[in-house]
Design a protein around this ligand. Structure first.
Ligand code: UGA
Length: 471
């Protein structure tokens, strides 16, 4: 099929490349000439597994880049809108990019097409998109508006698209549903998975992909409710972690105990320094705002956000209680990205913690396998960067782990012990076992678990000389 994808951000670029891999002819439209030039020249603007392969496989063949929205709409039977929906000052989603695309699309609709919302948008957006297209002169018989939310995670976006838990398609007419069923047929029939060159299947996925067809409003709500629920799960376990710390229980054991209940499940139950990224913070706020507009005071979501912010403050208090005063202290920081496996630092709790510590007068050397370049663009020059975790640790008063990169969970502890000035680690992602850390000579603080000490001094006990390396 011929499809247009408008917007070449995370969602648009991944969706465009994957739709081409499913066999469709895709035009990816963007109005940013620099982005288009980079894409045409073979660059991959985001750090995403398998994306470079897909782009080089289809670029110039089934995947073309253009700034001509009008022409792309004319040539396509489905137009996916994947432009940004950033938060406004009030916390709701700014839909002006979606509106301007809808306006532009209308004059190019001369035969039946479906206009598909791919961006995360509040319920009722499809009605507005339809209204705007009609207002600008399109024939009501010539188009339908559908919602097809994306559930991809950064870092695994390509395999999330190709091996989804489910494909959600929200349509109010059979005709529109048929078009979307046809687009996803290679995944729902399984034909994609047997083709030579298919992107390999990740663990814990099942094929073929199920498709759920709903009304457009339900599909819009499914997206917001899914993200809000996942954020709630994280805030819930972070709140439980706080209780664990107060009573001396171990949150990892608690997670195992509750996560083995099939109804709860073990995923998204990792406590830490709170969720970040370009989706959860924005979407929880937007969903809160949508509910308010609909007359429902969704206070549960306020609490989800409050716990998330509090989690960062709690971590900062932990750093203070481990080091006493902060001015002039040298800290090694591992991780700047909002989560492991990405170079994205948007709403990264790691960055917010680093900023707060710099403000308190700490001297920080940070290391992140992918996100240092992006951090350099936005952070003050006070922050120093290292080429490895060990270099970040070298000579530091303590080491902070802020992002759950796999390589941070497999450090050579003896070497680290030798590199640090004082063997103190404050782990915001629970990457290590407190007992192992104590046995390796570290004073180790984590989330929702008792701090451990090489001499076995009970937790929280900040005795004089606590953590000072023995000669
Ligand atoms: C999230 C959703 O997981 C996707 O399903 C959704 O499609 C996407 O938002 C979106 O709306 O576009 P993403 O933002 O890439 O994906 O990242 P996640 O893997 O969900 O992690 C979000 C944050 O939660 C990270 O800061 C991560 O460190 C944190 N997290 C995650 C935890 O603190 N604990 C966990 O157990 C899981």
């Amino acid at each position: 099929m011929h499809v247009a994808v408008v917007g070449s951000g995370y969602v648009g670029l991944v969706a465009g490349a994957c739709l081409a891999d499913l066999g469709h002819e895709v035009i990816l439209v963007d109005n940013d000439p620099h982005k288009l030039k980079a894409l045409k020249n073979g660059q991959t603007p985001i750090h995403e597994n398998f994306l470079p392969e897909l782009l080089s496989r289809h670029r110039g063949h089934r995947l073309n880049f253009s700034d001509d929205l009008h022409e792309a709409v004319r040539a396509s039977s489905a137009i996916f809108i994947a432009v940004g929906t950033p938060p406004t000052d009030r916390g709701d989603a700014d839909l002006s990019y979606v509106e301007s695309v809808a306006r532009e699309i209308s004059s190019a609709i001369s035969e039946y097409k479906i206009v598909v919302e791919k961006s995360t948008v509040p319920v009722y957006t499809s009605e507005w998109v339809r209204r705007i297209i009609l207002r600008n002169g399109a024939d009501p018989e010539c188009f339908d508006v559908a919602s097809n939310p994306e559930f991809l995670r950064e870092g695994t976006a390509v395999t999330d698209f190709l091996y989804p838990d489910r494909i959600v398609v929200g349509c109010d007419t059979d005709r529109a549903a048929q078009v979307l069923r046809k687009i996803y047929e290679p995944l729902t029939s399984g034909s994609y998975y047997v083709q030579a060159g298919a992107i390999p299947q990740p663990d814990r996925t099942s094929i073929p992909a199920p498709i759920i067809v709903t009304t457009t409003k339900s599909a819009e709500l499914i997206k917001h409710a899914s993200n809000a629920f996942l954020a709630m799960k994280i805030s819930f376990i972070n709140a439980v972690a706080t209780v664990c710390e107060s009573v001396g229980a171990d949150v990892n054991q608690v997670c195992h105990g509750i996560g083995t209940d099939n109804r709860i499940g073990p995923r998204f139950l990792n406590p830490g320094i709170g969720y970040g990224g370009s989706c959860f913070p924005k979407d929880v706020m937007a969903f809160r705002s949508v509910a308010r507009e609909c007359g429902y005071d969704f206070r549960l979501l306020d609490e989800v956000m409050r716990i998330n912010e509090d989690q960062r403050d709690r971590f900062l208090r932990k750093v203070r209680s481990a080091l006493w005063t902060l001015r002039g202290k040298r800290l090694g920081v591992l991780g700047l990205a909002f989560k492991g496996g990405t170079d994205d630092i948007r709403e990264s709790p790691a960055i917010l913690i680093v900023q707060a510590l710099l403000q308190e007068g700490c001297k920080i050397t940070a290391y992140d396998p992918a996100a240092m370049e992006r951090t350099q663009e936005v952070m003050s020059s006070n922050l120093k960067y290292a080429n490895s975790a060990y270099e970040a640790a070298a000579g530091s008063d303590a080491l902070l782990i802020l992002t759950e990169w796999e390589e941070f969970a497999n450090l050579d502890l003896d070497r680290l012990h030798g590199d640090l000035k004082y063997p103190i680690i404050i782990d915001g992602r629970n990457l290590y076992d407190p007992e192992v850390m104590a046995a390796s000579g570290f004073t180790y603080y984590s989330v929702g678990r008792a701090a451990s000490h090489p001499d076995g001094v009970p937790t929280g006990a900040l005795k004089n000389g606590n953590g000072v390396k023995k000669a």
